[in-house]
Write a protein that binds this ligand. Sequence first.
Ligand code: IPD
Ligand code: CA
Ligand code: CA
Length: 259
Amino acid sequence: MTELKKVLLEAANEAGKIITQYFQGDFNVESKEGINNLVTEVDKHSEKRIIEIIKNHYPGHSIISEEVGELMQDSDYQWIIDPIDGTVNFAHGIPLCCVSIGLKHKDELLLGAVYNPMMNELFFAEKGKGAFLNDKPISVSKKTNFETACLVTGFPYKWPSDRSEHPIKVFERFILEGLPVRRLGSAAIDLCWVACGRFDGFWEYNLSSWDVAAGYLIVQEAGGRITNFDGEPYSVFDKQTLATNGHIHESMLKLIRNK
Ligand code: IPD
Ligand code: CA
Ligand code: CA
């Protein structure tokens, strides 16, 4: 495990250096599907360096990474990478973005790192060994009173019109309850901020495995609860993500499902 951890942290650290080097500088920005789903040359540069480091040490491992897609091998190990989470923030010089790397063995997440170099915050978790912010143990908030919870969410760029309820309707229910709901623009940071107790809960539709893999383990290891919107056990491939301190989970589920 120590070698895997070393490689994970080296990759996150190197990606962090690249992100910092370009932050608020000049770089090329392109749109993916839709005009505001962005990718910059820095996402690609960061991704290339992360993959290079992993492949140098573990050439037989599988990789899923946002910009290059799936590099599958016959291996039980899978690295799940978001080279910049919060690209829109990054492209606008907003210091809420990070690199996120998770390592899965068969169906179980073993390691996760989320690094926001602009705030000098490295979140890390190892299965069964707890979650840390810059090497200090972290845990979710102790808040039990849902009425005074502080929440965070995010929205997909596109929502098919044939789907029943638009996520903005769910958001509206929380706002009408008078709850403070923030929108930071980086799902990986949202999860980590639940893990360290800044937020009491986070929900979002349609995230991808690279947005959540590391943050999922960090929330779990910090003592939080993460499920889909039916309250069922979570998988990184789920399209509904609810992460909380555990105490307010049922109240959030109720409001999301409107039942
Ligand atoms: C995005 C961020 C954002 C979430 C979007 C993601 P990206 O990732 O996590 O918070 O709302 O759904 O796509 O594109 O910045 O890597
Ligand atoms: Ca992302
Ligand atoms: Ca990304």
